[in-house]
Design a protein around this ligand. Structure first.
Ligand code: ATP
Ligand code: MG
Length: 329
C-alpha cells in the first residue's frame, strides 16, 4: 500500500458501498447479480476489482454511478460518493457526479467516442458541460488535457477523428475526457484488455501518472492479476456476485485467505511451462443457493459452506477481509 493511501485513511472514503444488491431482468426472469456487496475506496488509492468473467465486476463499477443497463435494478443497499447517497439521487444531481466527480474509461472506447466529431470537439464539449468557460478556453484546456495523457501531437490530434487514431490513442482520449474535470475517482473497466501487451503497459503507465497528477482514486477492473501486482494498492476479489476477499496488493499474492483467491493467484503464474487452471466453471447465478457460491469448486469446502454464506470478516491481524468458513491458515 502506498504511503499516500495510509495517510488518507484518516479521511473519509471517496466511495462507500454497503450491502448492495443488483438484479437484472431478462426474458427468463430475474437474476441477482450482486449480493450484499460492501466495499470502500479511499482517496488516492488504486483498488483493483478482479474475478472471472460474469462475477459482477462491471455491474458493481457501473452501479457506483447508476450507469446500469435499463434491465438492471438496485434492490438493496447504499452507495455513497463523497458522502452523497447515489441510489436515491435525482437524475440531475447524478449528471453532476458522473463525468465531474467520477470519470469512466471502459474497454471499448469506440462505443463512447462519436465518429463524426473531432477529438478536440469531444474533449472540449465535456469541459464546457462541467466548467464555466468559453469555447476557446475549453479548446485550449482540451489540448493540454491530451498532452497530459501522453498524446505526442496534441494540436494535430485535436483535429483528428476517432477512426484516424490507433486503439491505444483512442483509449488515451477516453482517459483525457474522463479526467478533464479533476474527478475524485476514475473507474477504469478493463481499460487495456483490447490492446496489445506493449501498448497496454504504456497506457497503464499514463494512468499511473495521471492518478498522481489529478490526485484521484482509481477503481481498476481487470481479470489480469499480472496488472494488479504493478498497478494496485488493494485488491477486491469477486465471485458469483459477492466480494470474497479484500487485501493489499502485496499480501494477496503471498497470503491469500480465500481458496478462490488462491486459485486465481496460482492460475496467474506459470507452474513449470504451463499455467495452473482453476477446475470447474463459474456458477450459474440463477441456481445459486444460500451457501458460498464457490463451495462446489472448493477443495476446502465443509458441510456448512453449502448451506450458509460466510460473512466478509476482517483478518484477525487487520488490514484485509475474507468471506470463508474454512480459510487458508
Ligand atoms: P466480464 O469479466 O466478462 O466483464 P463481469 O465480472 O464484468 O464479467 P458483469 O458484466 O457484471 O460481469 O455480469 C455479471 C452477470 O450479470 C453475468 O452473469 C451476466 O451474464 C449478467 N448480466 C450482465 N449484463 C446483463 C444484462 N444487461 N441483462 C441481464 N444479465 C446481465
Ligand atoms: Mg465486465
Amino acid at each position: 500500500m502506498s504511503p499516500d493511501v495510509i495517510e488518507q485513511r484518516s479521511a473519509d472514503p471517496v466511495v462507500e458501498v454497503t450491502g448492495l444488491c443488483v438484479d437484472y431482468h431478462d426474458p427468463l426472469g430475474r437474476i441477482r447479480v450482486l449480493r450484499d456487496v460492501s466495499i470502500a475506496i479511499w482517496p488516492r488509492e488504486t483498488l483493483a476489482l478482479v474475478g472471472e468473467s460474469g462475477s459482477g465486476k462491471s455491474t458493481l463499477a457501473r452501479a457506483i454511478v447508476r450507469l446500469l443497463p435499463r434491465t438492471g435494478v438496485i434492490t438493496a443497499g447504499s452507495v455513497s460518493v463523497e458522502g452523497r447517497e447515489v441510489t436515491t439521487m435525482s437524475e440531475r444531481d447524478l449528471l453532476s457526479v458522473r463525468g465531474s466527480r467520477v470519470g469512466f474509461v471502459f474497454q471499448d472506447p469506440d462505443v463512447y467516442l462519436n465518429p463524426v466529431f473531432s477529438i478536440g470537439r469531444q474533449v472540449s464539449d465535456v469541459i464546457l458541460q462541467h466548467k464555466p468557460v468559453e469555447r476557446e478556453q475549453a479548446w485550449q484546456a482540451a489540448e493540454q488535457q491530451l498532452a497530459r495523457v501522453d498524446i505526442r501531437n496534441p494540436a494535430l490530434v485535436m483535429n483528428a477523428f476517432p477512426h484516424q487514431l490507433s486503439g491505444g490513442m483512442r483509449q488515451r482520449v477516453m482517459m483525457a475526457i474522463a479526467t478533464c474535470c479533476g474527478p475524485a475517482l476514475l473507474i477504469a473497466d478493463e481499460p487495456t484488455t483490447a490492446l496489445d501487451v506493449l501498448v497496454q503497459r504504456q497506457v497503464l503507465g499514463t494512468l499511473a501518472h495521471l492518478k498522481r497528477d489529478v490526485g484521484m482514486a482509481v477503481l481498476l477492473v481487470t481479470h489480469d492479476l499480472g496488472l494488479v501486482a504493478e498497478n494496485a494498492d488493494r485488491v477486491a476479489v469477486m465471485y458469483g456476485g459477492t466480494i470474497v476477499e479484500v487485501q493489499s496488493a502485496d499480501k494477496i499474492f503471498v497470503e491469500p485467505k480465500h481458496p478462490y483467491t488462491a486459485g486465481l493467484v496460482a492460475a496467474s503464474r506459470p507452474a513449470g511451462r504451463r499455467f495452473a487452471t482453476l477446475a470447474g466453471s463459474p456458477p450459474d447465478l440463477r441456481k445459486l443457493g444460500t451457501g458460498c457460491p464457490f463451495a462446489p469448486r472448493c477443495e476446502r469446502a465443509l458441510a456448512r459452506c453449502t448451506g450458509e454464506m460466510p460473512p466478509l470478516q476482517e483478518r484477525p491481524e487487520g488490514g484485509g477481509a475474507f468471506a470463508c468458513w474454512n480459510p487458508i491458515p
